[in-house]
Design a protein around this ligand. Structure first.
Ligand SMILES: [Zn+2]
Length: 206
């Protein structure tokens, strides 16, 4: 695609780095911005830069936050003794969308995946184990997607926790194997949280 301007080409190249955006879409977006008042582009670039530079991760649960402690962890209405373990922040949003969970979260930041070189030490696992050691935690709910990596991660954490007096459970598999949590509909996800089963039982089924 021959573009009439190097400046336009640079912008198109940058926009097309985003996932799901090909060169054609990038060009359409760039031309759209050119047709709008300059202030819109300024606001867009400022918002992106501010997000990138100022966003924080909650010191408690590793969720994305505008402050050191996120709104969920800070809320007095949440039960901090029940922790739902999820892969990433999109899962927090999906479960929050169900409105059926009143505990708090722990965001791992990924799943154990030896093929991609992701081991337990690269994930937020040690902070979860510390919480169970040091606080009065009654239940840990595993809500990772039911892929092999998800199961490996659940089992790894389960082994770390099994000497502590904490109940471990996993969300019921209303969700088909391999479905990612964020795509599950809210009713199914809410139901699978409600009908969670003890973790030991889930590994016996395998
Ligand atoms: Zn938090």
């Amino acid at each position: 695609m021959e573009l009439p301007s190097k400046l336009l080409e640079n912008a198109v190249n940058e926009i097309s780095q985003l996932p799901g955006i090909g060169k054609r879409t990038a060009l359409r977006l760039a031309l759209h911005l050119l047709r709008q008042p300059g202030s819109q582009t300024s606001m867009l670039s400022q918002a992106l830069e501010k997000m990138r530079n100022e966003i924080q991760y909650c010191n408690e649960c590793h969720n994305i936050s505008d402050a050191e402690i996120c709104k969920i962890c800070e809320s007095p209405t949440r039960d901090a003794s029940i922790i739902c373990v999820v892969e990433d922040v999109r899962d927090v949003m999906a479960i929050e969308g169900t409105g059926s969970f009143k505990g708090v979260y722990h965001v791992l930041g990924g799943k154990i995946n030896p093929i991609e070189g992701i081991g337990p030490s690269q994930l937020n696992i040690s902070t979860l184990v510390s919480k169970v050691k040091e606080r009065d935690i009654t239940e840990i709910i595993f809500a990772l997607s039911s892929t092999m990596e998800g199961d490996t991660t659940n089992f790894y954490i389960y082994k770390q926790l099994k000497d502590y007096p904490v109940l471990t459970s996993t969300i019921a598999r209303g969700i088909a194997i391999g479905d990612e949590l964020e795509y599950a509909d809210e009713v199914t996800l809410g139901r699978s949280l409600m009908h969670r089963i003890p973790f030991e039982q889930s590994i016996r089924q395998v």
